[in-house]
Ligand binder design. Structure first.
Ligand SMILES: [Zn+2]
Length: 229
């Protein structure tokens, strides 16, 4: 039995952390500086935004992960992608610009994803609180039905979190493969020999949110955050 339990823990840790480890590895492998590239990720993002007529969208550096902020209308890139000249910098810049294009076009999937994401923090906290408090409630009030109901509510909230990620993935794949990759290939921003690497980076960029969410699921610090309501 202890062996089975240990195996289960190893599998759980693998499922939770392997995707994020893979995303980091892909971005690092293709983050090698390429002096032959004409510009940085930030310069390419600016150029692609202008080409799409999105001159009002800003390009800014950030320390909190590459993303597009629809409220601030800003494409934000990590320093290595903002200042860097690499396949990763080029592909990530094109991916985040694609989110700005989705926003500007009022694409339904993007709008839905963004509305749901606003509620993610709330759902997350309530779900975590219910799962953590369920055993405590059972110790003080020995009503098994109440405990079962609380567990069910907690699991239901987690399920809704999974739905948000299922809505996110099509938006991410659209940004990477329906928008960024064709733009990079058609505009000859990358040579044919660099396109397979760009494809890997774009795949990793699409999975970033889901990979991060899986990792936080087993993040112990998160359980303690629950109590700071
Ligand atoms: Zn994205």
């Amino acid at each position: 039995m202890p062996i089975l339990a240990a195996l289960l823990v190893v599998i759980l840790l693998g499922v939770a952390f392997a995707p994020q480890w893979w995303v980091h590895r892909v971005l690092r492998r293709h983050g090698v500086e390429r002096p032959d590239f004409p510009g940085t990720g930030a310069e390419l993002a600016r150029h692609l935004l202008d080409q799409a007529g999105l001159t009002e969208v800003k390009v800014e550096p950030t320390e909190h992960g590459d993303h597009y902020d629809p409220d601030a209308q800003a494409v934000r890139l990590m320093p290595q992608h903002h200042e860097g000249r690499s396949v990763a910098a080029v592909a990530v810049a094109a991916h985040e610009v694609s989110h700005a294009v989705q926003h500007a076009r009022g694409e339904a999937a993007f709008a839905l994803r963004w509305r749901l994401a606003r509620h993610l923090g709330w759902i997350d906290r309530v779900a975590s609180a219910m799962l953590v408090l369920a055993p405590v409630v059972f110790i003080f009030i020995k009503i098994p039905l109440l405990f079962a109901l609380q567990m069910a509510a907690g699991l239901l909230l987690f399920a809704s979190e999974i739905v948000i990620h299922l809505v996110t993935l099509p938006v991410e794949f659209d940004a990477s493969f329906s928008k960024a990759l064709p733009v990079l290939a058609r505009g000859r921003y990358l040579g044919a020999s660099d396109l397979p690497a760009a494809r890997s980076v774009l795949r990793a960029a699409a999975w970033t949110y889901v990979a991060a969410a899986l990792a936080t699921l087993l993040n112990v610090a998160r359980w303690f955050r629950v109590f700071r309501f």
